[in-house]
Design a protein around this ligand. Sequence first.
Ligand SMILES: NC(=O)c1ccc[n+]([C@@H]2O[C@H](COP(=O)([O-])OP(=O)(O)OC[C@H]3O[C@@H](n4cnc5c(N)ncnc54)[C@H](OP(=O)(O)O)[C@@H]3O)[C@@H](O)[C@H]2O)c1
Length: 320
Amino acid sequence: MSEQTTYSASSQRYDKYDSIYQRCGKSGVLLPKVSLGMWHNFGGNDSYERSRDVLHYAFDHGITHFDLANNYGPPYGTAEITFGKIMDQDFRPYRDEMFISTKAGYDMWPGPYGNFGSRKYLLASLDQSLKRMRLDYVDLFYSHRYDPLTPEEETLQALVDAVCSGKALYVGISNWPLEPLKRAEKYLREHDVPLLIYQGKLNMLDREPIESGILEFCCESGVGFIAFSPLAQGLLTDRYLHGIPADSRMAQEKFLRSSRLTPEMLEYIRTLAKDAVAAGRTTAQQALAWVLQQQGVTSVLVGASSVGQLADNISVMDCI
Ligand SMILES: NC(=O)c1ccc[n+]([C@@H]2O[C@H](COP(=O)([O-])OP(=O)(O)OC[C@H]3O[C@@H](n4cnc5c(N)ncnc54)[C@H](OP(=O)(O)O)[C@@H]3O)[C@@H](O)[C@H]2O)c1
């Protein structure tokens, strides 16, 4: 049942059209240079009102791409549930203006069919994601990680079939090594479902997609590239310059550990902050600008635990 409210998207959301959107590889799709990821801060344990405010702020400022995965939360699945609720309450009239992605590949449910890269897992997971998000289709469905024990063709054919069944419009690959990525690009092209985008971790501290040749391959083959954790989960901002805030990701000691905040790291962040001032940017914007300036990068996929952080991050598009 629809729970519509009075949300009405800003009439100015496309005022900066030319500075916001960028073509995704050689596809027909334009993506915002800053996209919003829902890995953290949108789960069942987070404030629904804050999640909603952040999503509204994003869409009101031209951020049309929202990135999810089956297991985002915590608990698993609850970021999709939050998104589905907001879809019904507020976003339904704007569905065609949005580019929504989800993924399967990491552990989601118990037993042998809730993890990795089998057809059984991927297609069941996609059905579950659609139900949680209250959607008929996603714009983009990803294989979330490479599974060396499942034949690549099985995983890739499941992606092709997700598109053929109308449950996804495009497919993506995340965290696959270079050689399997090359084979995936070829397989998908030959099965008329071209690989839209690669999602990989890229930030000033972690340049693996550049060093491995993945970014160059994407660029040369017309595949888009979206950089996740472009702020190194918050390290490349002012967040930890004066200690570890109690409400920060690092305070949870799970995905971002305090052991990373060495004296050398603090010195690196202080230098970044000084360079940012000199460039007329905030620290976060300086780090995001570095990623966006790498050839072949379509979009940076940021997280945000407040509207203020998202506003800061989005404004990088005004200063690159
Ligand atoms: N494909 C994959 O395997 C994979 C893996 C990881 C992520 N992702 C995707 O990438 C998205 C982003 O990842 P991420 O959350 O690690 O990205 P990130 O942008 O590097 O880090 C986000 C965190 O940094 C802090 N932050 C953000 N903007 C800030 C600002 N302006 N000033 C100060 N602090 C700021 C916040 O931390 P606090 O919460 O402490 O405030 C926020 O939660 C995910 O949501 C997901 O969609 C994909």
